[in-house]
Design a binder for this molecule. Structure first.
Ligand code: B3K
Ligand code: ZN
Length: 876
């Protein structure tokens, strides 16, 4: 396939200031007529051809200034339209008519039907599947859209912008016209038509604009959209208060559809959502679902400024809108919930997804310089690491200069298709700082490691920290330059008191931030009255790993006393990881796991400390997952040994603390109706982690079965079902719970995804047979991304022992299934396939099975560019 390079960027020869689209909707034969006002750019030769993008298109009619062009002046293929001999003055009207089939479109990009609802997904390059166009993000146009459909089939007709006109036609058809006054790139175009229920509300902006809000869902599901509406209004208000950004249209609509490749899409004024990120009520949604809805609603809304008003010049700049918007939605959730708990969750997510991506064959910079398939670059590096980079700018400049830079960004670039250079420049101009070294964060792939050593001199009361940064080679980047890394820190004395240095020498230190800029640097702090324990990388101030010479007792000290919850949690995690990895090696060598009483005591003291937030206690008690342990080990991974090591710790802690855990479990039981707020969610999280310890300690499904049947909300029900399947698969209690769940929710596929997921995650060799069996379930379909992710995605990316079976059966099944999915939905198949990116870190037997499975995919001819790109980079 073709490789695209950032360095090849060239503006278009032509502009399209105005676009008029007329849709005559039909399930199999939709006619699209587009009328484009085209202008040749200044300085472009008069004989320059106009070359438009297409994808599986059929051209029915073409006119230039109303007349049919001569046959030899244009060439139309399904993926391209080239026109020569254009009017000399370079200004003309191009009318194109194409025919498309929304029903057979199973790749879910362009115009398709989901449960009889017509909807579109155009980012990144889906608009070209609707009509021929300059389908690139730097081509901005003002759109007017007229939609015509059968009223009985589609009483609802939506597009971007403001509603202009509507009316009845003959033969039971009707129409609506929409106009979006804000110039936008084609990827933000959207159309939705169908028969849906709605909830409405209003929002008045700070400057008094009245906005009508609508959330459209399947009939009967309206009450389940109320939380999303609440989250939307809070997002609109927050963006005014924190970033000074107001909404800019008369309407804002959100539509939930059940077949969607990702979470949601920020189309101007008409966000289209995966129903998973809209629908919630206590009976069907977990606390995690509520938090996800709040975050994704906010994310898509925030794109209105960071993405839509200011878009990307080209797709290499994707992190310009995605990293920044993730940063904004993280800040929003932190303000709505508990900031430290939210931050720890982000750090866990980053380490679980982005660090392995950066450490494996798919590693790429936050701003890649080349790609074969852009859809494979909507990654956690672009999104989550991209957000970390923005967060570091704030840490380096401080909140006031950061806000000044953001204000300048909005002022200077409103209406632009911008670049990362533009973004960095606003912060340089606002602060006077030189960020050129910092900009390497956008260019260098991989997770830097900081190796840290300390030295305390009692006589001079001086504490020294030496930090050496290193960054391993990644694909295409053999050697790396030192980066500017902000390390937020404190020096802790007895009982965790912060010792304030009188002065700092050596490298640059400003307030509580060490600015590491050389490969190796020393920072020396005077006036330190006692030997301190350093608390480093507070708030996880940079996406790096640390190797420090902190002793076990230093870590225990930090886990008990650090005033920063993130470093406190990090110290505990580091302690547990050391134990879990050494035990994994013991178990693999046939030796029993060992556990010190001091670790158990530490966990108990955290669990029973009423001064700590319950959500924080839950995070501490959820010991590192099997994949966390695998990542710590890094090589020669044996998932069965890891599971043995982890279970040994859970059962030792559970057994030692059983009585007091049981008391706390009862104490945390709630009275009164379910509330989705952060404090209530934290209490449930703590109680549900105790359920696992207690069940393992007792070795009976009784408590989980009781919780399952008593539960009045999905969080507690799903947690109990998880314990039953993880710990007691095959027991009567587990089978009965699975049956009762299916009876109750069997007509709601979205809820049944939880039932598929929990079974796909059952540890051990039986999981594969389970998954194969569930693929024949009447609700299961490889056509639907949510179902596919629930079963195949959870199995391959969440089930360490079941998927990575020693006999390779999991990999062979997966390869086969990927090839089936690929024929319908290449984007989904490619995304799922990234589950195999860490194949080289397994022990030799599994590694060889994994390589063979990947090779069977790679040898298939006619693979989609999506899957070909992933499989080849994974094997490279
Ligand atoms: N911008 C979309 C992602 C589109 C993915 C295209 N393959 C959702 C988001 O990040 O908000
Ligand atoms: Zn986004």
């Amino acid at each position: 396939g073709q490789v695209f390079h950032l360095d090849d960027y060239k503006p278009t020869d032509f502009l399209i200031p105005e676009t008029q689209l007329d849709f005559a909707l039909h399930p199999e034969r939709t006619i699209v007529k587009s009328t484009l006002q085209i202008e040749r750019r200044q300085g472009i030769a008069a004989d320059a051809p106009l070359i438009l993008d297409g994808d599986e298109l059929k051209l029915i009619d073409i006119r230039i200034d109303g007349a049919a062009p001569g046959d030899n002046t244009y060439v139309a293929t399904p993926d391209r339209l080239e026109i020569r001999g254009l009017p000399q003055n370079g200004k003309f009207t191009l009318e194109l008519t194409t025919e498309i089939n929304p029903t057979t479109n199973r790749q879910l990009t362009g115009l398709y039907r989901s449960s009889n609802v017509y909807c579109t997904q155009c980012e990144a390059e889906g608009f070209r599947r609707i009509t021929y166009f300059l389908d690139r993000p730097d081509l901005l146009s003002i759109y007017t859209v007229r939609i015509e459909a059968e009223r009985s089939e589609a009483p609802l007709l939506l597009s971007n912008g403001n509603p202009k006109d509507k009316g009845e036609l003959t033969n039971g058809r009707h129409f609506a016209t929409w106009h979006d006054p804000h110039p936008k790139p084609a990827y933000l175009f959207a159309l939705v038509a169908g028969d849906l229920g709605v909830i409405t509300d209003t929002f008045t902006t700070a400057s008094g604009r009245h906005v009508d809000l609508g959330i459209y869902v399947e009939h009967g599901k309206e009450p389940r959209a109320l939380y999303a509406m609440d989250a939307l209004k809070r997002s609109m208000k927050w963006d005014e208060e924190v970033f000074g950004r107001e909404y800019d249209l008369d309407v804002f609509n959100v539509v939930a559809v059940s077949d969607f490749n990702m979470g949601a899409m920020e189309n101007k004024g008409l966000n289209v959502f995966n129903d998973k990120y809209v629908l919630a009520d206590p009976d069907t949604a977990t606390d995690t679902d509520y938090a996800g809805i709040e975050a994704v609603i906010a994310h898509e809304y925030f794109h209105n400024w960071t993405g839509n008003r200011i878009t990307c010049r080209d797709w290499f700049q994707l992190c310009l809108k995605e990293g920044l918007t993730v940063y904004r939605d993280h800040e929003f959730s932190a303000d709505m919930r508990s900031r430290p708990v939210k931050r720890i969750a982000e750090v866990k997510g980053l380490k679980a997804h982005q660090f392995p991506e950066d450490a494996g064959p798919l590693a790429h910079p936050v701003r890649p310089r080349q790609f074969r398939e852009i859809n494979n670059f909507y990654t956690s590096t672009v999104y989550e690491k991209g957000s970390e980079v923005v967060r570091m700018i704030r840490t380096i400049l401080g909140p006031d200069l950061f806000r000044k830079g953001m204000d300048l960004y909005f002022e200077r670039h409103d209406g632009d298709a911008a670049t990362i250079e533009d973004f960095i420049k606003v912060f340089e101009d606002a602060s006077g700082e030189d960020l050129s070294q910092f900009a390497l964060w956008y260019d260098q792939a991989g997770t830097p490691n900081l190796a840290i050593t300390y030295d305390y001199d009692q006589a001079t009361k001086t504490f020294e920290i030496e930090i050496e940064q290193s960054l391993k080679a990644t694909p295409g980047q053999p050697s790396k330059k030192p980066m500017h890394i902000p390390v937020q820190f404190a020096l802790l004395g007895t009982k965790g008191r912060e010792l304030k240095p009188r002065s700092a020498k050596g490298g640059l230190v400003k307030d509580d931030v060490i600015h590491l800029r050389k490969r190796k640097e020393r920072f020396s702090f005077s006036g330190i009255s006692e030997r301190p324990v350093p608390s480093l990388l507070r708030g996880f101030s940079a996406p790096v790993t640390l190797t420090s010479e902190l002793t076990r007792s230093d870590l225990v000290f930090l886990a008990r006393n650090d005033g920063d919850e993130v470093t406190r949690w990090q110290a505990l995690t580091q302690l547990l990881n050391a134990k879990l990895t050494s035990n994994s090696k013991r178990v693999r060598g046939g030796k029993p796991a060992t556990i010190e009483n001091s670790s158990i005591k530490l966990l108990g003291d955290i669990a029973f400390n009423p001064a700590l937030d319950e959500a924080f206690r839950a995070l501490c008690l959820s010991i590192p997952s099997e994949s966390d342990i695998a990542r710590e080990l890094g090589a020669n991974i044996d998932p069965d040994a890891i599971l043995g090591s982890r279970d040994a710790l859970v059962s030792a802690v559970g057994e030692s603390l059983a009585e007091r855990f049981a008391e706390l479990y009862d104490l945390l039981d709630h009275n009164g109706p379910f509330q989705p707020d952060a404090a209530s969610a934290g209490r449930r999280a703590l109680r549900n982690v105790l359920l696992d310890y207690l069940s393992v300690a007792d070795n009976t499904p009784k408590l989980a079965a009781a919780q399952f049947s008593k539960a009045d909300n999905m969080t507690d029900r799903a947690a109990a079902l998880g314990v039953l399947v993880q710990r007691f698969s095959g027991s009567d209690a587990t089978c009965q719970a699975l049956r009762s769940f299916e009876e109750r929710f069997g007509n709601d596929p979205l809820v049944m995804d939880k039932w598929f997921i929990v079974q796909a995650m059952q540890p051990g060799n039986e999981a594969l047979g389970k998954v194969r069996g569930l693929m024949t379930h009447k609700l299961f379909s490889l056509d639907n991304p949510n179902r596919t992710r629930a079963l195949i995605g959870a199995f391959s990316s969440g089930n360490q022992t079941g998927f990575n079976r020693a006999d390779g059966g999991g990999y062979r099944f997966f390869a086969e299934t990927i090839l089936t999915i690929e024929k319908k939905n290449p984007q989904l198949a490619a995304r799922l396939l990234t589950a195999m990116r860490s194949w080289r870190s397994f022990e030799p037997v599994r590694r060889e099975h994994a390589r063979e499975a990947l090779a069977t995919i790679a040898t298939v001819t006619g693979l989609s560019s999506d899957v070909r790109d992933i499989v080849e980079r994974t094997l490279a």
